[in-house]
Design a binder for this molecule. Structure first.
Ligand code: KDG
Ligand code: MG
Length: 402
């Protein structure tokens, strides 16, 4: 019987921080898992090194489900982003190993190909409407068939999702950047730039928008109703999702589709959103929702209720997660769309990935496993740097959801 012989946790910052788990079996097969939790990286690294690695050594890497159950139920303290990211890293690495042992790409182990490629959306942004329109034009020229649009709200400081220079990286400071927020200014302005995008470019591509948890349910209902003529593919995270019931109010008022899930880590967190059809797209990801095993379980539940997938894919999810996501997306029947923000060159020096972008779609490649290699020598040139996500404050100084 093959055994897990070694489990190594790498923390490095090639362009941004990533935590990566590498498992090696007694037969010399390696598997990679992403364990990055933006702004809380070392908590997951410690959870893995101090509490999970000692449990893995000598286990049979073939028993993915049993190891998943052991780490989830066996911890007693289960769920939550730190735990589920650590479990995800192990699970993803085990699927990578299983693919390599079988000589098959992971999507084949998940039931094979359901589609030719994986439709992606990327991020256009601007400091005002005119620069947003230029950016949308650029993404259309690059071949994207789906584009998310975000612009800076006048007089409300740094809005979510607006790029400075060539790369959007919100976790840019060694302590949280505090950014002002005005709901009133956003509600007045955001619909106007979404309308300007449709006026200028028409309806021949998918348009998305991320509200990023900033509105109350009734404000979100008003926003969704106001932008119905823009025919958004989705409005994302219109209100925080701790209270799943909150989405019922939004649903009662608008036909704008709703996407939720990037901060949620288990099937229980999305259970009512899915079974009561309060959302249209579930955005849970491999890395933050317990790996391929648990994500597949969420997606299968979603399929019963005509909820489609739309996995989170910002650059704080490493190329290992992106590859794993594209394998899952290739196989599941209820795939909707995949978020895609290309990683910077330093990141791709450390992670060599088979995933390819072509004509608005990502393709997984046919290498056995996930098709990603980690260059630990290259990673040594990029030591970990403490970085936090921003914190939002209303104009009266009180803390708001970022
Ligand atoms: O780490 C936080 C980011 O991944 C998040 O803010 C990005 O909302 C996001 C998105 O939709 O990509
Ligand atoms: Mg988002």
């Amino acid at each position: 019987m093959s055994k897990i012989e070694r489990a190594e946790v790498f923390v490095a910052s090639p362009g941004r921080n990533f935590v990566t788990l590498r498992l090696t079996t007694s037969d010399g097969v390696t598997g990679l898992g992403d364990a990055t939790l933006n702004g809380r990286e070392l908590a997951v690294a410690s959870y893995l090194r101090d509490h999970v690695v000692p449990l893995l050594v000598d286990r049979d890497p073939a028993n993915i489900e049993d190891i998943w159950q052991y780490l989830y139920r066996g911890a007693y303290w289960r769920r939550g982003p730190v735990t589920m990211t650590a479990v995800a890293a192990v699970d993803t690495a085990l699927w990578d190993i299983k693919g390599k042992v079988a000589g098959l790409p992971v999507y084949q182990l998940l039931g094979g190909r359901s589609r030719d490629g994986v439709l992606v959306y990327s991020h256009a942004s601007g400091t005002d409407t005119a620069s947003l329109l230029d950016d949308v034009a650029r993404f259309r020229d690059l071949g994207y068939k789906a584009i998310r649009a975000q612009a800076a709200v006048p007089d409300a400081g740094a809005s979510y999702g607006v790029r400075k220079g060539t790369v959007y990286e919100p976790a840019a400071h060694s302590l949280p950047d505090e950014q002002p927020w005005s709901t009133e200014a956003y509600l007045d302005f955001a619909p106007t730039y979404l309308e300007a995008v449709r006026d200028r470019f028409g309806f021949g591509f998918h348009l998305l928008h991320d509200v990023h948890h900033r509105l109350t349910p009734i404000e979100a209902a008003r926003f969704g109703k106001r932008v119905e003529d823009c025919r958004l593919f989705w409005m994302e995270d219109p209100t925080p999702a701790e209270n799943q019931e909150a989405f019922r109010l939004i649903r009662q008022h608008t036909t704008t589709p709703v996407a939720v899930g990037e901060t949620l880590s288990s099937i229980w967190d999305v259970q009512h959103l899915i079974t009561e059809q309060l959302i249209d797209y579930v955005r849970t990801t491999v890395v933050h929702a317990g790996g391929i095993t648990h994500l597949r379980r969420i997606f299968d539940l979603a399929a019963l209720y005509q909820v489609r997938t739309g996995s989170h894919g910002a650059t704080d999810l490493s190329p290992v997660t992106l590859a794993a996501a594209v394998h899952v997306d290739t196989a599941v029947p209820n795939f909707g769309i995949q978020e895609y923000m290309p990683h910077v060159a330093e990141t791709m020096e450390v992670f060599r990935s088979e995933v390819r972008f072509e004509d608005g779609m990502l393709h997984a490649g046919d290498e056995p496993g996930l098709g990603v290699e980690y260059d630990e020598k290259a990673a040594e040139r990029f030591p970990y740097e403490p970085r936090y996500l921003p914190v939002a404050r209303r104009l009266d100084g009180s803390v708001h959801d970022w």
